[in-house]
Design a protein around this ligand. Structure first.
Ligand SMILES: C[S@@+](CC[C@H](N)C(=O)[O-])C[C@H]1O[C@@H](n2cnc3c(N)ncnc32)[C@H](O)[C@@H]1O
Length: 452
């Protein structure tokens, strides 16, 4: 059901998002390579020694203190200069880099303040909640035995898996493998994991991979800064990973959320994972015969909620003032579970290929955000401005589905009422026509009502 665009989030690599005067945080240059350009830059040897120092128990009290400090661009030069009075340049840079990455990682990991990262590996790491959700499923579905984490990065998934069972992780990048091991030790999981710095596909070909009850594979989906859109462009490719599926009875493969239906192997089932309001990933599961063919798992206030594609075609109907318009979570859309959700809401899609559900009344639905619709018109900027004024709307949310224009581009052309109330405009395509529904928000992304 790729026709409903689920709004894939764009994850920028740290390297591409830094401004010219900011430090470069990439795996290749994990320290402040352009800080204080007049001083001698640290050599690779200095850097390796600095990294080992920063990973050591000796550095932890200082690193913890630095992580508590405000580390914005304005203060960072002063901080590095201060550190350089007592430490070599490479160590000062590595300390500040790690402290900064820990601050950034707090969004993903509860224990970020004790962990170690590289900028790129942090971007690629699975956040703690989805990692725990997956680890729980693997643990429940697997026979007794250890797990394998193949391509473990800095260990986002590995740590969650290790809390469930002992296992062996492979990572070919030495910087990441070293940090994965350090992270396991920092979180008292060192006894439960072995990190092997090697190419797991080579180990598989040689018959050297350990026997395991289950394997998790998280292939790289970026190469030279470009995002891969095909399972065959991942590293390793799906072809390599399928060889593993012949050896291990339960395998989960994390892939891109926009995985193309035509590329999905016939003998697996697919989970689409929604977290923080975005469909972040899909997981191909091999060896779960009782699981639905396609389902969404969405993280909400209540925990993880599931909804499956039950093969129900979503009905299509009218949208009129007085109705409630629901926008489902992207994972629900990608999982093709719109028919199931329409049945739950007693609603209809507003057009066959537009994932807005119109329903007669509001019900609390954690898998969709809801808007009360006051007016529905064919799209016209003139009409919109007239109606915003008439309705006294002063702040407006702009959403769209199947509408050709980015609605934010319209914002500067809207005439909002000074001191007016909050409203929302949902733009959509219905057949060949463009429409707009004007109203107000009823619930947040988790379905919590925000208006009496
Ligand atoms: C998307 S990242 C993994 C992120 C990890 N799951 C986490 O949550 O931190 C993929 C990792 O696989 C590693 N990798 C890719 N191909 C590999 C191979 N053939 N053998 C070992 N590691 C590999 C890459 O170096 C990269 O660190």
């Amino acid at each position: 059901m790729d026709k409903y665009r689920a709004g894939e989030s764009s994850v920028q690599s740290a390297a591409s998002s830094v401004k010219p005067n900011e430090m470069q945080l990439t795996d290749e240059h994990p320290t402040f390579s352009n800080l204080n350009a007049r001083s001698t830059l640290p050599t690779d040897g200095d850097r390796s020694a600095a990294i080992e120092f920063v990973l050591s128990p000796t550095a932890q009290p200082l690193l913890e203190t630095l992580t508590q400090e405000p580390l914005d661009d304005r203060r960072i030069l002063a901080l590095v200069s201060r550190l350089r009075r007592s430490h070599p340049a490479a160590i000062a840079a590595e300390l500040v880099t790690q402290a900064q990455l820990r601050q950034r990682a707090a969004k993903k990991f509860r224990d970020a303040g004790r962990m170690f990262f590289t900028a790129e590996a942090l971007e690629q790491a699975t956040a703690q909640q989805p990692a725990e959700h997956r680890a729980a499923q693997l643990d429940e579905a697997a026979a007794p035995g250890i797990f394998l984490d193949l391509g473990c990065g800095i260990g986002g998934d590995l740590l969650a898996l290790a809390r469930r069972r002992p296992g062996v992780a492979y990572e070919r990048d030495p910087q990441r493998a070293r940090r994965a091991q350090a992270n396991a030790a920092a979180l008292d999981l060192a006894e439960r994991v072995t990190v092997v710095q090697a190419d797991w596909t080579v180990a598989l070909a040689k018959g050297a991979l350990p026997q395991a009850a289950a394997a998790f594979v998280d292939p790289s989906r970026r190469s030279e800064g470009r995002r891969a859109f095909s399972l065959w462009a991942m590293q390793p490719s799906i072809g390599e990973i399928l060889k593993l599926c012949r050896r291990i009875s339960l395998v989960a493969i994390k892939v891109m959320p926009g995985v193309q239906a035509a590329e999905i192997p016939a003998d697996c089932c697919v989970e689409f994972v929604g977290h923080d309001g975005v469909c972040k990933e899909a997981v191909l599961w091999f060896g779960r015969p009782r699981a639905p063919k396609r389902w969404a798992s969405v993280h909400c206030a209540e925990g993880w909620l599931q909804i499956a594609d039950e093969g129900l075609p979503p009905p299509v109907g009218e949208l009129a003032p007085g109705m409630v318009l629901y926008e489902p979570d992207g994972a629900v859309i990608r999982a093709g579970a719109l028919g199931t959700l329409c049945a739950r809401l007693n609603g209809c899609l507003v057009a066959p290929d537009v994932a807005y559900i119109a329903a007669p009344r509001f019900v609390k639905e954690p898998l969709a955000q809801a808007f009360f619709i006051e007016e529905v018109h064919r799209f016209s900027l003139k009409v919109l401005n007239r109606r915003l004024a008439a309705l006294g709307i002063g702040q407006v949310e702009l959403l769209k589905r199947g509408f050709p224009q980015a609605p934010e581009l319209l914002r500067s052309r809207l005439r909002l009422v000074a001191g007016g109330r909050a409203g929302a405009v949902l733009f959509m395509r219905r057949g060949d026509e463009h429409w707009m529904a004007i109203g107000r928000r009823l619930s947040d992304r988790c379905g919590e009502r925000i208006d009496g």
